[in-house]
Ligand binder design. Structure first.
Ligand SMILES: Cc1cc2nc3c(=O)[nH]c(=O)nc-3n(C[C@H](O)[C@H](O)[C@H](O)COP(=O)(O)OP(=O)(O)OC[C@H]3O[C@@H](n4cnc5c(N)ncnc54)[C@H](O)[C@@H]3O)c2cc1C
Length: 329
């Protein structure tokens, strides 16, 4: 079998996607190393929702449990950012920030995304608590409250409609979005969604609690929560170093894969938010398992080919020996 690389699979990123892939691969007796910088995307949030059987748990505790499970099956977990990746003779080499290089036959990128937030003072401060982006993740927690929607594109109208399902007090701040179309305006009016024109200057809070949106003309609008539409940018430095290119999307940019997580670069796979911008935790977890199974199948095929060649190689030499012996008699 192939023994040149220290590990069968190096997983870069130990969030929901990377850790679930690690469990699946380690349970197939693959040698797995997970390299994780420890900055999951939902870290600013205090709770994670739509996670069956772990509903409302802490994002950090969820991943701590995932690490324990992966470790239990033999995965090696390093808390260290990966800073460089290159192809090696029979796989890949990955350099770690704190020194050292790991080698693996296959690379799984589960590095997630960076949420590029709108440049409005206060947005970053309240991000993940009362500045939200996903009606499914934290909409229930702000149900019935005054909710603002920061308009940055025509998709903001959709966000306003989604949050209107959760509250009858929704205000769309047009801010930097184009004026709503006639059709959108009719829908917004029919659902009693207030539309406020003008640029949002900042958010105002007190005692770490969001209180109001302040417009650049000084007017304040009291709200308890604000929804925004970040740009989701795949963390793909390593992929680009290996020669890969990102695929643009109206919401950001991602690594394109086939349904099993295979990228355009042979031997490199991707799962979770890095390749699916809309994946919530359950979807990222599922993608990790699916991609891990596909990687294992790929390695099984390679191992079988190696085994066939290893068995076949001695026979020509042995036949030669016999022929030589008989001609000597
Ligand atoms: C504020 C907020 C709240 C959310 N709440 C919910 C919720 O309640 N329910 C829900 O289902 N979804 C929620 N989500 C979405 C959820 O965060 C994602 O679905 C999930 O994190 C995707 O998992 P992932 O493994 O793809 O990426 P991540 O969880 O982001 O994990 C990626 C990991 O890779 C690491 N990494 C990146 N680059 C490197 C590198 N070069 N070397 C080593 N490690 C690296 C990162 O540090 C990180 O630990 C929320 C998102 C946000 C922003």
């Amino acid at each position: 079998m192939n023994t040149g690389s220290a590990h069968d699979v190096a997983i870069i990123g130990g969030g929901a996607a990377g850790l679930s892939a690690a469990v699946t691969l380690a349970r197939s007796l693959r040698s797995v190393i997970v390299v994780d910088a420890g900055e999951p995307r939902n870290a600013p949030a205090t709770s994670a929702h739509n996670v069956l059987a772990r509903e409302g748990g802490s994002p950090r505790e969820l991943l701590a449990a995932g690490r324990r499970e992966a470790h239990h099956y033999g995965a090696d977990i390093r808390c260290d950012p990966a800073v460089a990746a290159r192809r090696a003779d029979d796989g890949f080499e990955v350099d770690l920030a704190n020194g050292g290089t790991i080698t693996a036959r296959r690379l799984l990128l589960a590095t997630g995304v960076i949420d590029e937030l709108p440049d409005v003072p206060g947005v970053r401060e309240f991000w993940g608590t009362s500045v939200l982006h996903c009606a499914y993740c934290h909409g229930w927690e702000v149900r019935g409250q005054p909710i603002g929607v920061l308009g940055t594109s025509t998709l903001s109208v959709h966000q306003a409609l989604l949050f209107r399902q959760l509250s009858d007090d929704v205000t769309l701040f047009c801010h930097r979005m184009p004026d709503p179309s006639d059709e959108a305006s009719v829908q917004l009016a029919a659902l009693d969604i207030q539309v406020v024109h003008g640029i949002v200057d900042r958010l105002r809070g007190e005692d770490d609690v969001l209180r109001a949106v302040v417009l650049d003309d000084g007017h304040e609008h009291l709200i308890d929560a604000l929804t925004v539409a970040p740009r989701f940018m795949a963390r793909a430095d390593l992929y680009q170093q290996l020669g890969g290119a990102l695929t643009e999307h109206p919401l950001g940019a991602f690594i394109a894969t086939d349904p099993l997580g295979r990228t355009e670069i042979p031997g490199v796979w991707a799962a979770g938010n890095v390749s699916d911008l809309g994946a919530m935790i359950a979807a990222a977890t599922g993608a990790g398992v699916t991609t891990a199974a596909a990687i294992n199948a790929d390695l099984v095929a390679e191992d079988a080919g190696d085994a066939v060649r290893a068995r076949a190689e001695p026979f020509p030499a042995a036949k030669g020996d016999i022929r030589d012996d008989s001609s000597a008699r």
